[in-house]
Design a protein around this ligand. Structure first.
Ligand code: HEC
Length: 155
């Protein structure tokens, strides 16, 4: 074994040691862009509770959607946020490509309210079943969400 190998070996040990020290002193958790994207849903919005989507409001809502909006605000907005724009650290925006009709049909909303949702698309945790809501009410909410989606180019 010559000196070059010895030096290379030493540097490797120092490198690994330094990396381990670095790992132990840097805060783990939601720091760093990849981690905050995972936990916050959309990029950028990291303040807990801040909206995750920019939602353009349609000029008018149909009467059914207007009723749906009121029910949504009473039963869903605490988590999914004003205008279904989501809330960082709480719940995803429903005005989002993931929830377009072809990917989450109306029945997905009915089932979500009735049975709750196992976290699978995001890292917000599970959605509990929504108490005291009828299928008819959820369908009005769906009208509202679909009209918001359409106003935002999600079809
Ligand atoms: C306690 C918070 C909370 C409330 C209240 C809530 N949700 Fe959710 N919802 C969530 C979370 C968190 C998810 C994301 C689950 C995941 O990771 O996919 C979710 C997901 C969904 C989904 C996606 C379902 C799927 O199949 O992927 C729909 C649709 C939905 N919610 C509709 C509603 C409606 C409608 C209401 C009101 C009647 C409501 N939510 C109330 C937290 C909530």
């Amino acid at each position: 074994m010559n000196r070059t190998w010895l030096v290379a070996g030493l540097l490797a040990v120092l490198g690994i040691g330094g990396w381990m020290v670095w790992q132990s002193i840097t805060p783990s958790g939601n720091e760093g862009s990849s981690a905050s994207q995972k936990s916050g849903g959309a990029a950028g919005a990291t303040e807990p509770g801040s909206p995750l989507a920019e939602v353009k409001l349609p000029a008018t809502l149909s009467p059914q959607a207007e009723m749906g909006r009121r029910i949504f605000e009473a039963k869903c907005a605490t988590c999914h946020g004003q205008n279904a724009a989501g809330q960082a650290g709480v719940a995803p925006p429903l005005v989002h490509q993931i929830y377009r009709p072809a990917h989450h049909a109306d029945i997905a909303f009915v089932l979500a309210a009735k049975n709750g949702v196992q976290a699978h698309h995001w890292n917000f945790g599970n959605m509990p079943p929504v108490e005291a809501i009828t299928e008819g009410e959820v369908k009005l909410i769906v009208r509202y969400i679909r009209e918001l989606q359409q106003a935002n180019g999600i079809r």
